[in-house]
Design a protein around this ligand. Structure first.
Ligand code: 5GP
Ligand code: ZN
Length: 122
Protein backbone atom coordinates (compact mmCIF):
# COMPACT_ATOMS: atom_id res chain seq x y z
CA UNK A 1 0.00 0.00 0.00
CA UNK A 2 1.29 3.44 -0.91
CA UNK A 3 0.76 5.99 1.85
CA UNK A 4 1.34 9.70 1.49
CA UNK A 5 4.02 11.24 3.69
CA UNK A 6 3.08 13.87 6.25
CA UNK A 7 4.84 16.47 4.05
CA UNK A 8 2.79 15.54 1.00
CA UNK A 9 -0.42 15.77 3.02
CA UNK A 10 0.51 19.05 4.68
CA UNK A 11 1.03 20.65 1.24
CA UNK A 12 -2.69 20.28 0.60
CA UNK A 13 -3.80 21.11 4.13
CA UNK A 14 -5.70 24.36 4.59
CA UNK A 15 -4.23 24.96 8.07
CA UNK A 16 -0.67 24.33 6.83
CA UNK A 17 -1.30 26.75 3.97
CA UNK A 18 -2.47 29.38 6.47
CA UNK A 19 0.56 28.73 8.68
CA UNK A 20 2.86 29.13 5.65
CA UNK A 21 0.95 32.33 4.76
CA UNK A 22 -0.02 30.89 1.37
CA UNK A 23 -3.59 31.75 2.37
CA UNK A 24 -4.29 34.81 4.46
CA UNK A 25 -5.89 34.51 7.86
CA UNK A 26 -5.47 36.85 10.81
CA UNK A 27 -3.18 35.16 13.33
CA UNK A 28 -4.69 35.78 16.77
CA UNK A 29 -2.03 33.95 18.77
CA UNK A 30 1.26 32.23 18.03
CA UNK A 31 3.99 30.56 20.07
CA UNK A 32 6.63 27.94 19.28
CA UNK A 33 4.08 25.10 19.03
CA UNK A 34 0.65 26.53 18.33
CA UNK A 35 -1.20 29.23 16.39
CA UNK A 36 -4.80 30.42 16.44
CA UNK A 37 -7.16 31.90 13.85
CA UNK A 38 -10.84 32.82 13.61
CA UNK A 39 -13.02 30.04 12.20
CA UNK A 40 -14.15 31.06 8.73
CA UNK A 41 -17.68 29.83 9.52
CA UNK A 42 -18.25 30.91 13.13
CA UNK A 43 -20.97 29.12 15.12
CA UNK A 44 -20.82 31.62 18.00
CA UNK A 45 -19.70 35.25 18.53
CA UNK A 46 -16.27 33.89 19.44
CA UNK A 47 -15.14 30.87 17.42
CA UNK A 48 -11.39 30.39 17.28
CA UNK A 49 -9.32 27.45 16.07
CA UNK A 50 -6.23 26.55 18.08
CA UNK A 51 -3.87 24.58 15.85
CA UNK A 52 -0.46 22.90 16.24
CA UNK A 53 2.14 24.46 13.91
CA UNK A 54 3.09 20.95 12.85
CA UNK A 55 0.74 18.89 10.67
CA UNK A 56 -0.39 16.22 13.10
CA UNK A 57 -3.45 13.96 13.08
CA UNK A 58 -5.23 13.18 16.38
CA UNK A 59 -5.89 9.49 15.68
CA UNK A 60 -2.30 8.78 14.53
CA UNK A 61 -0.30 10.50 17.23
CA UNK A 62 1.98 8.54 19.55
CA UNK A 63 0.70 8.67 23.15
CA UNK A 64 3.45 10.86 24.59
CA UNK A 65 3.25 13.37 21.77
CA UNK A 66 -0.54 13.44 22.03
CA UNK A 67 -0.35 14.21 25.76
CA UNK A 68 2.15 16.97 25.06
CA UNK A 69 0.25 18.59 22.21
CA UNK A 70 -3.16 18.42 23.92
CA UNK A 71 -1.62 20.15 26.93
CA UNK A 72 -0.20 22.85 24.69
CA UNK A 73 -3.49 23.36 22.83
CA UNK A 74 -5.39 23.59 26.14
CA UNK A 75 -2.97 26.06 27.66
CA UNK A 76 -3.06 28.23 24.55
CA UNK A 77 -6.86 28.08 24.42
CA UNK A 78 -7.00 29.18 28.06
CA UNK A 79 -4.71 32.13 27.35
CA UNK A 80 -6.77 33.13 24.32
CA UNK A 81 -10.00 32.92 26.34
CA UNK A 82 -8.43 35.34 28.84
CA UNK A 83 -7.31 37.64 26.04
CA UNK A 84 -10.88 37.67 24.64
CA UNK A 85 -12.24 38.28 28.15
CA UNK A 86 -14.50 35.21 28.29
CA UNK A 87 -12.72 33.45 31.14
CA UNK A 88 -15.37 34.16 33.76
CA UNK A 89 -18.48 33.73 31.58
CA UNK A 90 -17.27 30.42 30.20
CA UNK A 91 -16.61 28.81 26.85
CA UNK A 92 -16.33 25.42 25.17
CA UNK A 93 -13.28 23.55 23.89
CA UNK A 94 -13.97 20.89 21.26
CA UNK A 95 -12.01 18.45 19.13
CA UNK A 96 -14.08 16.79 16.41
CA UNK A 97 -12.82 13.32 15.55
CA UNK A 98 -14.09 11.56 12.44
CA UNK A 99 -17.29 11.45 10.45
CA UNK A 100 -19.93 11.33 13.17
CA UNK A 101 -18.39 14.37 14.83
CA UNK A 102 -18.40 16.27 11.53
CA UNK A 103 -14.63 16.62 11.28
CA UNK A 104 -13.67 18.30 8.01
CA UNK A 105 -9.98 19.14 8.46
CA UNK A 106 -7.56 16.34 9.31
CA UNK A 107 -4.87 18.55 10.85
CA UNK A 108 -5.48 18.44 14.62
CA UNK A 109 -7.25 21.53 15.96
CA UNK A 110 -9.23 22.61 18.98
CA UNK A 111 -12.32 24.80 18.66
CA UNK A 112 -12.65 27.56 21.26
CA UNK A 113 -16.30 28.61 21.22
CA UNK A 114 -17.96 31.25 23.33
CA UNK A 115 -19.42 34.71 23.62
CA UNK A 116 -22.96 33.40 24.20
CA UNK A 117 -24.84 30.78 26.23
CA UNK A 118 -24.16 27.56 24.35
CA UNK A 119 -26.66 24.77 23.83
CA UNK A 120 -25.77 21.43 25.45
CA UNK A 121 -23.52 19.40 23.18
CA UNK A 122 -24.98 16.26 21.69
P1 5GP B 1 -13.65 20.47 11.98
O1 5GP B 1 -15.00 20.37 11.35
O2 5GP B 1 -12.63 19.65 11.21
O3 5GP B 1 -13.62 20.16 13.46
O4 5GP B 1 -13.24 21.99 11.91
C1 5GP B 1 -12.67 22.59 10.80
C2 5GP B 1 -13.03 24.05 10.88
O5 5GP B 1 -12.20 24.76 9.99
C3 5GP B 1 -14.48 24.34 10.47
O6 5GP B 1 -15.18 24.90 11.55
C4 5GP B 1 -14.33 25.31 9.29
O7 5GP B 1 -15.28 26.34 9.32
C5 5GP B 1 -12.92 25.84 9.47
N1 5GP B 1 -12.27 26.21 8.23
C6 5GP B 1 -12.27 25.51 7.06
N2 5GP B 1 -11.55 26.14 6.12
C7 5GP B 1 -11.08 27.27 6.71
C8 5GP B 1 -10.28 28.35 6.22
O8 5GP B 1 -9.84 28.40 5.08
N3 5GP B 1 -9.99 29.35 7.11
C9 5GP B 1 -10.45 29.33 8.40
N4 5GP B 1 -10.13 30.37 9.18
N5 5GP B 1 -11.21 28.33 8.88
C10 5GP B 1 -11.53 27.31 8.04
ZN1 ZN C 1 -1.76 20.62 8.07
Amino acid sequence: MITKSSDEKSQKCIFCMIRKEEIHSQILYKDSDVFAIYDINPRAPIHILVIPLKHVVFSNLKEKILLDILGKLSLSARKIAEKFDIKSEGYRLVINQGNNAGQTVEHLHMHLIGGKKLAPEG
